[in-house]
Structures are given as C-alpha cells and as structure tokens.
Design a binder for this molecule. Structure first.
Ligand code: FES
Length: 132
C-alpha cells in the first residue's frame, strides 16, 4: 500500500511538476527539443486514456441500444400485423427493418438505414406463386 500511496502523493506530482509546461501561450514557442520530448510520454498517456475511454463509452452505447423498433406503435407491448392474402392483388412488400413510415409495408427506408449503418436488411415480398 505504501508504494501506491507514494506513487500518487509523491512520484506523480513530482513528475508533473517537473514537466516543462510554460506559464503562457507564448511560452510554447520557446520550448526546446528536449522540452518537447519530455512532453511526449504524458501526452501519449493522456491520449491513450482518452481514446480508450471514448471507445468504451461508444461500445457501451451500442450494446445498450438493443431496440430495433424506434417508431412503430410504441404504445403497445407487441406489434403484430395481419395481411389478408385475398387483399394482395399482385404482391405485398413488407418492412423488416422497422424504419418505414408506412407500417407494415416497406417504403424504401431500409436503403437509408443500410447506407448509414452498413447493414443489409430488406423487405419480405409476398406474392402469388402463379404470378411470378
Ligand atoms: S422500409 Fe423497412 S424493409 Fe424497406
């Protein structure tokens, strides 16, 4: 425990106090090569921690976004639709991406979704066999 305590209370503060960080913006222009080299390790550490944190938050957000339905009848527990086969004259193009504004029919919104996300979803097309 002493090692951690000493690291946090003495070693790191002494290291940071010894960094050649100027007191003014103009001071940055007067730093020498040795000064800039001394700033590389802490810059890499801060950059690495920032990048790792950003990636972690990004993954957590993606994992938590599990709903596929963002807009269709959100006021009910389960969206179930019936399309009467007799009502289909030639074919019915049914949405499977949940992005259509004409539920349950595809309005082409899957193309925008696919382009934005790299997904490959498309509609289910129901048609009469004899009318291929
Ligand atoms: S709009 Fe959803 S599959 Fe076409």
């Amino acid at each position: 425990m002493y090692l951690i305590s000493n690291l946090v209370k003495v070693t790191i503060p002494n290291y940071l106090a010894g960094l050649p960080i100027p007191d003014s913006i103009g001071g940055w222009f007067h730093l020498g090569v040795k000064d800039w080299l001394a700033l590389v390790p802490p810059t890499l550490v801060v950059g690495g921690i920032s990048y790792y944190s950003y990636q972690t938050v990004k993954k957590a957000q993606a994992a938590g976004n599990v709903h596929v339905n963002h807009c269709v009848r959100k006021d009910i527990d389960k969206v179930v639709d019936f399309v009467e086969i007799e009502d289909i004259t030639e074919k019915a193009v049914l949405c499977r991406c949940w992005k259509t504004k004409n539920w349950p029919y595809c309005d082409g919104a899957h193309a925008t979704h696919n382009k934005a996300t790299g997904d490959n979803v498309g509609p289910a097309i129901v048609r009469h066999k004899e009318k291929k």
